[in-house]
Design a protein around this ligand. Structure first.
Ligand code: ADP
Ligand code: MG
Length: 692
């Protein structure tokens, strides 16, 4: 029977209903699924040493039959699993300290491949770093080892009732037939431009690499495919979004905006001016604005957003600004209030804790159109706020809101322009991939006249000195943060530690006043402490990461971070952004006793550039939380690594835009395979490329 990509695996040789069911548990239903069920690792068996030749001091790969095995109790607690391997040339002992469980896995008669160093212990002994069962005793072939020598061995994700050996054998035996069923969906010119392999070669390279590095070329092609699909979908979604809604038509009236510029107590940075130009061009243009303003903490995003809001207001529209905490909203309300007062505009500040009557009155002003600039928390969406003529939505710290919350606010207007603010600078690669449907403005420079932040890594031996420094700074009228990590897994213990620490500090630093804020406090209690800190009534604030977001207390110039090794670099950077907001020099002290973490923390200490740090962070952790809800919201990258595949992302984007330019709905015959692929892989794929 000729195989097709959609042939159920059950019809493959060697697969019956039972194995098909086991494959189902691995997400493999069709021939195509099986081809994309790629090895999760490879063992290098290209150079197998005959057992007799394995010399002490060498790193070797050996293949032999298990002739005996035992678990050795030792006097210490560590139990050692041992097995003796035999090939045509001789025998050798293998020892796995502390891995007695292997006794349940490794059995006499099995053909085993092991890699590791040869040591001397009552004779030659291998301590394997890796091992793999090549054949079970009952699968023994006539020529032991023949099937495995001189190969790179793929190791597949397996499941109960379906071992990686069985999967390897099935795939190896039928790879050619399966590959023959596959059509390459990429047009040759796209493939050549991106310098990736044809799909058939790719699948062979991944399932049957001839050398230990050969599969990497295959992985690149699979990664490219994934990124190409993604860029097509994102670009198409963006195109449709823009086409669908025209957005309000704003004009450059140069009334409020010009007055604001004249009244600003500072000179805008070049980046701010550029961002304002980009935003104004969007808002006065014919298509609706969907823009992300990315800027490191302290780069002055608020004032940029304010220009956008005033442009809306001078065109007789309302502008709304949503921020994630009451404290931030109040902070923004105050800043905006000061800047707008000369122009006779009073921002409405809508937060949950207002009295019901006040809220109702405010809602009425918003609904009737008397309120022109509105600042608020998610109270804006939770309760029945209706707008009169909403023209612009600004969302601060946008990643703190879910997709649903953001669109709930946006949908209160009739296709209002949208400006998202983000203090989480992300590397370009990520931005292109995850925010491909947004235009992006970036602020890179911090305003002039800011004191530098010097960062140091210290150990607890320096604790006394650090506290003395803290006292000295506070005596000079400054304030300090002491940050304590609270992580989900050990939240109770961590909170206790943070609370204890606050108590001890209060004693030790008396008469300085020490406050404590953490995420488990009620919002109003927390805000009360934060306000006391802002107003200078509290000098030292012990805090968990709740202070991470947006708080602006320029008088705070010292930050001590406990257990900095428990934070990601991007998060450390956000925390550090709370100091260095005034003219004076600030200090960030990372206090750790984890020697292993020191080089990484020192790397962090040396750089202030949020984008650079985001890159380091990405390299360290993978996409993880940087990508936030975007990732869980729709797609997963299995093969692409955004930290290292930047070139592929660029190629994929260029290729996708070129294809869509000539064929926006993928209607051409040459593009039919691409279209089918996207329709299968993306839930909304079909809608996106529908004509009309
Ligand atoms: P972020 O980008 O972190 O949200 P903010 O918008 O809160 O930063 O700005 C931080 C502080 O810098 C505010 O007090 C703001 O008034 C001030 N600021 C903004 N732009 C400038 C500038 N060009 N020069 C001097 N200070 C500025
Ligand atoms: Mg901000």
């Amino acid at each position: 029977m000729t195989l097709r990509v959609d042939t159920p695996v059950q019809f493959l040789k060697g697969v019956g209903p039972r194995r098909a069911e086991a494959f189902g548990r691995l997400g493999v239903r069709t021939v195509e699924d099986l081809l994309y069920h790629v090895p999760h690792r490879y063992l290098d068996a290209t150079t197998v040493t005959p057992i007799a030749k394995a010399a002490v001091g060498q790193e070797v790969t050996l293949v032999g039959r298990v002739v005996s095995k035992a678990v050795m109790p030792t006097r210490r607690r560590l139990r050692i699993f041992r097995a003796v391997l035999k090939d045509a040339s001789g025998v050798i002992e293998c020892a796995w300290p502390g891995q007695a469980f292997l006794d349940r896995v490794i059995r006499p008669g099995q053909l085993l491949l092991v890699t590791g160093p040869v040591k001397f212990y009552h004779g030659r002994q291998v301590t394997p770093r890796e091992q793999i069962v090549l054949e079970d005793a009952d699968e023994a072939t006539d020529q032991p080892g023949a099937a495995s020598e001189g190969l790179v061995l793929p190791v597949y994700p397996a499941t109960e009732g379906l071992s990686h050996r069985q999967i390897r054998r099935l795939i190896a035996e039928q790879l050619d037939d399966m590959v023959a069923a596959v059509e390459d969906h990429l047009p040759p010119d796209v493939r050549r431009a991106a310098a990736v392999m044809p799909l058939a070669d790719t699948l062979r390279a991944v399932h049957a690499p001839s050398t230990p590095g050969a599969w990497e070329d295959g992985r690149r092609r699979l990664a490219f495919d994934e990124l190409f699909d993604l860029q097509l979908v994102v670009a198409r979604a963006r195109h449709l979004a823009r086409q669908a809604a025209k957005g309000p038509r704003f004009e450059h009236r140069r009334e409020l905006t010009t007055a604001l510029r004249a009244a600003l107590p500072f000179e805008l940075t070049a980046g701010q001016k550029q961002a304002i130009r980009e935003i104004a061009a969007d808002m006065t243009g014919t298509t609706r604005m969907h823009r992300l303003l990315m800027g490191d903490v302290g780069t002055g995003k608020t004032v940029v957003a304010l220009f956008a809001m005033l442009l809306a207001v001078e065109n007789a529209y309302q502008a709304v600004f949503m921020a994630p905490t009451e404290l931030l909203v109040e902070q923004h309300g105050r800043t905006l209030g000061e800047l707008l007062a000369p122009h006779g505009i009073m921002p409405e500040v809508l937060v949950g804790r207002l009295a019901a009557g006040e809220k109702a009155a405010m809602r009425e002003r918003i609904a009737a159109g008397g309120a022109r600039v509105i600042v608020g928390t998610h109270a804006l969406i939770q309760e029945q706020t209706a707008f009169h003529r909403l023209g612009l939505v600004v969302i601060d710290e946008q990643h703190r809101f879910g997709v649903a919350q953001r669109s709930a606010l946006i949908e209160k207007g009739e296709a209002p322009d949208v400006l998202l603010l983000s203090a989480t600078p992300i590397p370009r690669t990520l931005a292109l991939t995850f925010y491909g449907d947004l235009d992006i403005s970036v602020l890179t420079e911090r305003p002039a006249g800011r004191g530098a932040v010097s960062t140091g890594v210290r150990s607890s031996r320096d604790r006394a000195k650090i506290y003395a420094f803290l006292q000295e700074r506070c005596a000079a009228g400054r304030q300090a943060y002491v940050v304590y990590p609270v992580i989900e897994e050990s939240e109770r213990v961590d909170l206790k530690a943070a609370t204890t620490m606050a108590g001890q500090l209060a004693e030790r630093l008396a008469p300085l006043r020490v406050g404590l804020v953490h995420g488990r406090m009620k919002a109003d209690e927390r805000d009360a402490v934060m306000r006391a800190f802002r107003d200078g009534e509290v000098q030292v604030l012990v805090a968990t990461t709740v202070i991470e977001v947006g708080i602006d207390v320029p008088n705070a110039t010292v930050m001590v971070i406990e257990h900095p090794e428990r934070f990601g670099l991007a998060q450390l950077h956000q925390l550090r952004g709370r100091v260095g907001r005034g003219a004076e020099e600030s200090h960030c002290i990372l206090l750790t006793d984890e020697r292993a973490a020191v080089p990484r923390l020192k790397r962090f200490a040396r750089t202030q550039d949020g984008f650079r740090i985001a890159e380091l962070d990405l390299a360290e952790r993978g996409i993880g939380e940087l990508a936030g809800t975007r990732q869980s919201g729709g797609f997963m990258l299995r093969f692409a690594n955004l930290a290292t595949d930047e070139d592929l992302v660029r190629h994929a984007r260029t290729a996708a835009l070129a294809v869509l330019q000539g064929d926006p709905t993928l209607a051409q015959r040459a593009h039919a395979p691409i279209r089918r692929r996207i329709e299968r892989r993306y839930e909304r794929g079909i809608e996106l490329f529908q004509v009309g």
